[in-house]
Design a protein around this ligand. Structure first.
Ligand SMILES: NC(=O)c1ccc[n+]([C@@H]2O[C@H](COP(=O)([O-])OP(=O)(O)OC[C@H]3O[C@@H](n4cnc5c(N)ncnc54)[C@H](OP(=O)(O)O)[C@@H]3O)[C@@H](O)[C@H]2O)c1
Length: 178
């Protein structure tokens, strides 16, 4: 079981627009059809993980994005009413969440959906097995950066790359040795 991201990032390093929407929604002509292989990726998963800020908009969305997969939400709060039963609020911090994921007999990998604060917590713990990016051929100019201010420097090795027809690049890295 690998813990992996697959997060859309603009050329200038933003994962969300100024108004907090995921960067992929700013792609010209985006209509929800350009899924960048997401259905195939989802079939490799045993669970998804995200921070509370990323999770909460899903409650009001017309379509639940994660099918029957268990959803783990990193938070210090109880989750809002209306949260489905198979969503687990993880209130004992990121190290406890990582231990739970490693101990669970998951049938597949863990998609660490985001956002940046949650990814940063996993990076600090050395718990991110694959850093996957969808590098979107757009410049946003402002928004939420992939790496929060104060993020410790780190280095990665390229594991794989894939080019989509619209010029989006999927890049998958692992942590560099040493
Ligand atoms: N481009 C993409 O594909 C993509 C994917 C995901 C998200 N996003 C964007 O990312 C943004 C949200 O990201 P974000 O970084 O602001 O928030 P986030 O990581 O989604 O959630 C932050 C919350 O998670 C909990 N948390 C995070 N780190 C923690 C730690 N070390 N210890 C304890 N709790 C922790 C806290 O919840 P409590 O406040 O409850 O304690 C914190 O407020 C949104 O704009 C979203 O659109 C983009």
């Amino acid at each position: 079981m690998l813990i992996r991201t697959r997060i859309g990032v603009s050329l200038d390093g933003f994962v969300s627009t100024r108004d907090g929407r995921p960067a992929v929604l700013a792609m010209p002509g985006f209509d929800g059809g350009a899924l960048y292989g997401f259905p195939e990726f989802q079939q490799t998963l045993g669970a998804v993980v995200m921070g509370r800020t990323t999770f909460e908009p899903a409650l009001g969305a017309p379509r639940w994005p994660w099918g029957d997969l268990p959803v783990y939400v990193l938070t210090s709060h109880a989750l809002p009413s209306g949260t489905p039963e198979h969503v687990v609020a993880c209130t004992n911090g990121p190290a406890d969440l990582v231990a739970r994921l490693r101990a669970a007999k998951l049938d597949g990998d863990v998609h660490l959906v985001g956002g940046p604060l949650t990814i940063q917590a996993f990076l600090e713990l050395g718990a991110l097995d694959r850093l996957g990016l969808l590098l979107l051929p757009i410049v946003l100019g402002e928004g939420l950066p992939f790496a929060p201010h104060g993020t410790a420097p780190s280095a990665f090795e390229l594991e794989s790359e894939h080019r989509f027809p619209d010029g989006t690049l999927e890049l998958v890295y692992s942590a560099a040795a040493g």
